[in-house]
Write a protein that binds this ligand. Structure first.
Ligand SMILES: [Zn+2]
Length: 114
């Protein structure tokens, strides 16, 4: 018996209480697609854990989204990635500045001791 895994089921899907089963008769989990064609669209997948033994069961859960909206979502995801990269480099810069400040303080203390 395969349970719904909480990681693949988002909050809003708690409302739907019917159970979809795949060709094996296994509970079919709701997973989210992150392809360019369907960013964020959820579908029912084979409930088997092992990729090789998965059947080809596949059924969309969310309705098809107009291409315009998919384009906007893709744009936002790309923007989000860029911001994350910028954030990471800023964290590195701040870390380096912190180290430099620490060394300056050590140097000043060393000079003050003389
Ligand atoms: Zn299956």
């Amino acid at each position: 018996m395969v349970e719904y895994s909480s990681s693949s089921v988002s909050g809003s899907s708690l409302k739907h209480n019917f159970k979809m089963v795949c060709h094996y008769g296994v509970d079919s989990p709701l997973v989210t697609a992150w392809t360019d064609e369907n960013p964020g669209r959820r579908f029912h997948d084979c409930g088997k854990d092992f990729v090789r033994r998965k059947c080809n069961f596949f059924r969309w859960y969310d309705p098809e989204v107009p291409d315009r909206q998919n384009k906007i979502i893709r744009g936002l995801l790309r923007k989000n990635d860029e911001l994350k990269k910028k954030e990471r480099s800023l964290v590195i810069v701040i870390g380096l500045l912190g180290i430099m400040l620490f060394m300056c303080v050590l140097l000043a203390l060393g000079l003050a001791m003389k």
